[in-house]
Design a protein around this ligand. Structure first.
Ligand SMILES: Cc1cc2nc3c(=O)[nH]c(=O)nc-3n(C[C@H](O)[C@H](O)[C@H](O)COP(=O)(O)OP(=O)(O)OC[C@H]3O[C@@H](n4cnc5c(N)ncnc54)[C@H](O)[C@@H]3O)c2cc1C
Length: 306
């Protein structure tokens, strides 16, 4: 496969979504290029949980095993690069990359995940993925029964408190400024004996990624061994919009059950196209999108025979 050849499928993003799509398409004997910047959102964590047969594996080991298995299918090629432009239409898309390469493909799969916006709390980056997490389904078990702080406000804080109750009864809420709650919501939290601190957070103190306490501007020290918070996410890339893909208010590409977008020949899978942020969900979406793409390619080839 060289850069000028028109390959079957270009996959942008090589996380669980892109790699599972590559595996299924490689087994379907399609020529595939996976362009991957190699900066998945979970790179800050030591372990990935909840993925059957891989529970507790590190993100880098997950990637190593996946790449090794996909290497059995020679029509799949990985390039470590960033896709920066895309144009064209179904049957002939043209991508350029940061390193100056160009690739042409019949179909495109956007699997570039989402990105965290920079944190505005001092010390949060140091504990992110080590003792501060965003998803109790991913990391709640490791923090079970521990004293936790939930950084959230408004209805989101009440929802978070309810969900995290499944893992720990020892939790307080820090709203980091005005709580944005109704009287009813405050009463609800009181009924569940969950203290709420609304003083802005001055900083988070930690040792080797393990949070020790949260220091508030009013001088309060809130000791804890874990944090859950709602990170602000943006789309991993603007390229889908450049092709005319419809995107939801949450920044997810709108797709059907097989990952098809509103633009012919363009698919999306994984975090880029959902707000259910789980590696196994992303991988499953990648697999479904690969089936959708392969079906389309097979139909086109079948119908081209006159
Ligand atoms: C702290 C943390 C802990 C988590 N823990 C768990 C857990 O325990 N269990 C679990 O199931 N899930 C967990 N998740 C969620 C899980 O990591 C994601 O749902 C999953 O990685 C999404 O896979 P993806 O393939 O859609 O995107 P990603 O894994 O984010 O991969 C996207 C890839 O696309 C690349 N990319 C982006 N733009 C471009 C471009 N323009 N050109 C080329 N490449 C590009 C990125 O660099 C990246 O390599 C966690 C997430 C975080 C943030």
């Amino acid at each position: 496969m060289n850069e000028q050849q028109r390959i079957d499928v270009a996959i942008i993003g090589g996380g669980p979504a892109g790699m599972n799509a590559a595996l299924v398409l490689g087994r379907a004997r399609k020529t595939v290029i996976v362009i991957d910047e190699e900066r998945p959102r979970n790179r800050v964590t030591r372990e990935t949980h909840g993925f059957l047969t891989r529970d507790g594996v590190s993100p880098s080991e997950f990637r190593r095993i996946a790449r090794e298995q996909i290497s059995a299918y020679p029509s799949v090629r990985f390039v470590s690069d960033i896709a920066v432009t895309i144009e064209g239409s179904d049957g002939d898309f043209l991508m350029t990359t940061e390193q100056g390469a160009t690739y042409r493909s019949k179909k495109v799969l956007f699997a570039m995940g989402k990105k965290d916006l920079p944190f505005d709390i001092e010390g949060l980056a140091e504990v992110y993925g080590k003792s501060a997490f965003v998803c109790p389904y991913c990391d709640g078990w490791e923090l079970r029964d521990q004293p936790l702080v939930l950084i959230a406000k408004g209805a989101g804080a009440v929802h978070f408190a309810k969900v995290v109750s499944g893992w720990s009864d020892h939790k307080v809420i820090c709203t980091n400024g005005p709580d944005d709650m109704t009287e009813e919501q405050r009463e609800e939290l009181k009924r569940h004996h969950i203290p709420v601190f609304d003083s802005p957070i001055l900083r988070i103190d930690s040792i080797d990624g393990k949070v020790q306490h949260i220091v508030l501007e009013d001088g309060t020290n809130v000791p804890c061994t874990g944090i859950f918070f709602a990170t602000k996410l943006v789309a991993g890339s603007e390229l889908p919009q450049d092709l005319g893909c419809r995107v939801s208010e949450a920044g997810s590409i709108i797709v059907d059950a097989l990952g098809k977008t509103n633009v012919p020949g363009v698919y999306s899978a994984g975090d880029a196209a959902t707000e259910l942020y789980q590696a196994i969900t992303a991988a499953a979406m990648g697999s479904l999108a690969a089936v959708g793409i392969n079906s389309e390619l097979l139909t086109e080839a079948w119908e081209s025979v006159k």
